[in-house]
Design a protein around this ligand. Structure first.
Ligand code: NAP
Length: 437
């Protein structure tokens, strides 16, 4: 019998559990840990609430979670409730699937002004992550600045633009829905330090901006390179740039019909945040030009009004005591997923915050091959039986998958009309909803 601990129950965690169960069948026991009492990580608290079809992938993870040889161990924080060294002493392999939950910081002057947030915090807020549920961004201003030109920037701009009706069928949490419904935003400026050919936005996500009830995307024609230059782009990016060209062609009177403008500000590298009375009022940027794909400063600066700023410039993993960490890259130091024999990482914890949910599937299958190569004929450890002794000794309050199903039912029962669920946004309410022990 092989005993595997997977730390993190998001896509990377569950694809890895699936791979282990497929490879070893009855010859493996997998424990999937999460510090929250609820599973699915990024699917629950990262994926935008109006992208329900993406969230459906959790049904696949549920199938894995319900198989006899895989168990969910919720409400256990690896690093504080149990150390990595302890897990390593109990399991034949420990696989970190902890994602990249922290913002890459834009440490400019004024970054600590009120109403400047990183996307982990802002997305966590509208998705009801217990850590960020109390963020209370002030949406009473007229101008929001979103920094970065990736899909997260698009998610944030879209959330800030949608009407209450457009959130029908989504699982946006009530506190965010109420705050967004009362928002006064009129202009959302998406700031990119490079040009249209360097965006990280994918066509499907970018195309959604065309169909917003209240908002219209605006691109300045003069920012676009000659159309013939698009032929060198890979097909996905070429489609995205074609959409930017479509945005640039929208006539002024159509913009006028919608009360919110989503402006694309290219070739603009943030240099400082300015504020009054401790609250942000503007973002100072420096004009750039792109040379050989890199942003080069020109010395010309200007200021963009900003009552709210959300930086969407990528994420970093959380270091765990005793695990080698690559500070520069913001993820665990690893060689194709192997940190040390017996200790591995997978998904964003391995490769950084890139790719789609599906990218984690081959990652999960690959790391299980590494585990097999390392532990193939070795001695076996005590596994979950040993962990259960530790739970008893330490008085840990483990939340099981059965408990989660009770929590899920309570969330479904509390849903607004037409919504799939109303999430609990604090750990105590989640635990209270699991029902009698
Ligand atoms: P991303 O795609 O890496 O985009 C980050 C953006 O931030 C880039 O435009 C980057 O510009 C910019 N940036 C980085 N450092 C900066 C700085 N110091 N100053 C100004 N701009 C800076 O990251 P992401 O948007 O966080 O997305 C993470 C991953 O999740 C991606 O793979 C994304 O596709 C995926 N995702 C997918 C969906 C979806 O499919 N619906 C939704 C959300 C996220 P440079 O290129 O110039 O560095």
């Amino acid at each position: 019998m092989r005993h595997i601990a997977i730390v993190g129950s998001g896509p990377a965690g569950y694809y890895t559990a699936e791979a282990a169960a497929k490879k070893w069948g009855e010859e493996v026991r997998v424990d999937v840990f999460d510090q929250l009492p609820v599973p699915y990580g990024l699917i629950r608290t990262g994926v935008a609430p109006d992208h329900q079809s993406i969230k459906l992938v959790s049904r696949r993870y549920e199938k894995t979670a319900l198989s006899d040889n895989v168990r969910f161990v919720g409400n256990v924080s690896v690093g504080s409730d149990v150390s990595i060294a302890e897990l390593q002493s109990l399991y034949d392999a420990v696989i970190l699937a902890t994602g990249a939950p922290n913002d890459r910081q834009l440490n400019l002057d004024g970054h600590d002004l009120a109403n400047v947030f990183g996307s982990a915090a802002f997305v966590g807020w509208y998705n009801g992550h217990p850590q960020f549920a109390d963020l209370a961004p002030d949406l009473s201003g007229r101008h929001a600045v979103v920094i970065g030109m990736g899909n997260v920037a698009l998610d944030v701009a879209r959330m800030l633009s949608k009407s209450e009706q457009e959130f029908a069928g989504s699982d946006i949490v009530a506190h965010a829905l109420d705050a967004l419904a009362a928002s006064n935003m009129e202009t959302i400026t998406i700031v990119g330090r490079r040009g249209p050919h360097q965006i990280m936005m994918t066509p499907k996500e970018l195309g959604e901006l065309m169909h917003l009830e209240r908002a219209s995307p605006q691109v300045d024609k003069s920012d676009l390179p000659p159309v013939d230059d698009d032929s060198i782009l890979e097909p996905g990016l070429r489609k995205s740039v074609t959409l930017l060209r479509d945005f640039a062609a929208i006539p002024q009177n159509i913009h006028g019909e919608k009360p919110i403008a989503i402006e694309f500000d290219f070739f603009a590298s943030p240099t400082a945040f300015h504020g009054e009375y401790g609250r942000v009022t503007s973002v100072e940027v420096e004009r750039t030009r792109v040379e050989a794909g890199r942003a080069v400063a020109t010395g010309e600066t200007y200021s963009i009004p900003a009552d709210l700023v959300v930086t969407c410039i990528g994420y970093r993993s959380s270091p765990i005591e005793g695990v080698p960490f690559d500070e520069r890259a913001g993820r665990f130091a690893n060689d194709d997923g192997r940190i040390l024999p017996g200790l591995y990482c997978v998904g964003w914890a391995r490769r950084g915050p890139s790719g789609t949910i599906g990218t984690n599937r081959p990652d999960g299958y690959a790391v299980i091959e590494l585990v097999e190569a390392d532990i193939g004929a070795g001695e076996r450890k005590k596994g979950r039986e040993g962990f259960d002794e530790l739970v008893e000794k330490r008085g840990l309050d483990v939340v099981t998958f059965r408990d989660w199903q009770n929590i899920e039912q309570a969330e479904e029962a509390a849903a607004r009309e037409g919504a799939p669920r109303e999430k609990f946004v604090d750990v105590a309410s989640m635990i209270a909803a699991r029902g009698p022990l």
